[in-house]
Ligand binder design. Structure first.
Ligand SMILES: NC(=O)c1ccc[n+]([C@@H]2O[C@H](COP(=O)([O-])OP(=O)(O)OC[C@H]3O[C@@H](n4cnc5c(N)ncnc54)[C@H](O)[C@@H]3O)[C@@H](O)[C@H]2O)c1
Length: 267
């Protein structure tokens, strides 16, 4: 039997990168999947590729109504919701504090935290009644930057550290009905963007990160693909294989945390 047979998940940012790999893997494991995705082109592509196995909703995860609509459409289409995956986020491309004026910092903070932290809370809140009913689970995407510096600038690193608290608090509040866990990947070449206030809205991470750079900063010397991280989500979401884990974060960054980043050559 497949690990997510007859389960239903909802993934934010399922249109590319890790979110898209999760949609594909969850469907392979027997699940049906709702997606909340801001890009209409990516929504169209999901509908083309996955047909009836996926219901893709176009909307902004930082808005209350979009989260409520994504939950409504998923439950209306598939009859239930077993797992909410908060995943869509922005990176700050490592922008240091000193490189931002106070005004830029203020706007960039609002844009980045709105998606990386507030949207996770809004999605969790919208999914709560359906997850209480199914006694389901939540899984949040973090990063190596949730545990150590150097994987982003102060905006990204602090936003991902905030999600550690979010996982622990929600696991505490929502037990025993709902399991709440996180997955903290390391680098992967994706379409990940940054806040408009930093001029990073149209620039993908894959334009600045290379496979050999990734191999150089993790202990296992690998260049992971989004697919490489999906097994952690499958395990945490699986009713048959996870009756015991809540409040936990899988650190699957290929050992960035084992060696830590090397100091920047100019420092
Ligand atoms: N790429 C990496 O190196 C890396 C490393 C560690 C952690 N992560 C984390 O992985 C997660 C997924 O990122 P990714 O690398 O796959 O990037 P990605 O940009 O490929 O995927 C994010 C998706 O979210 C969508 N999105 C953006 N803003 C949205 C909004 N307001 N509402 C709804 N959808 C929105 C994007 O269109 C995109 O499809 C993020 O939480 C990121 O922090 C990425």
């Amino acid at each position: 039997m497949r690990w997510l047979q007859d389960q239903v998940a909802l993934v934010t940012g399922g249109g590319s990168g890790l979110g898209r790999a999760l949609v594909e893997r969850f469907v392979e494991e027997g699940a049906r999947v709702g997606v909340l995705e801001v890009s209409p082109a990516k929504v169209h592509s999901l509908r083309q590729e996955f047909g009836d196995a996926v219901v893709a909703v176009a909307g902004d995860a930082t808005a209350v109504a979009a989260n409520e609509e994504a939950v409504r459409a998923t439950v209306a289409t598939f009859g239930r919701l077993d797992t909410f995956v908060g995943n869509a986020a922005l990176w700050d491309f490592g922008t240091p504090l000193a490189d931002m004026s106070s005004a830029t910092l203020s706007t960039a903070f609002d844009q980045l935290f709105a998606l990386n932290v507030k949207a996770y809370l809004l999605g969790a809140r919208a999914a709560l009644p359906a997850l209480r009913e199914s006694e389901g689970s939540m899984i949040f995407t973090l990063s190596n930057a949730a545990f150590q510096p150097g994987g982003g600038g102060p905006l990204y690193t602090s936003s991902k550290h905030a999600v550690v608290g979010l996982v622990e608090q929600l696991a505490y509040e929502l037990a025993p009905a709902i399991r709440v866990n996180g997955v903290a990947p390391g680098g992967m070449l994706t379409d990940l963007r940054g806040p408009d206030a930093l001029g990073l809205a149209t620039r993908p991470l894959s334009s600045v990160l290379r496979e050999d750079t990734m191999r150089g900063f993790n202990a296992l010397e690998v260049a992971p693909t989004p697919r490489d991280y999906t097994g952690h989500y499958v395990l945490l979401a699986s009713r048959q294989n996870n009756r015991t884990v809540t409040g936990s974060i899988h650190r699957c960054d290929a050992g960035v945390g084992v060696r830590r980043f090397r100091p920047h050559p100019t420092t």
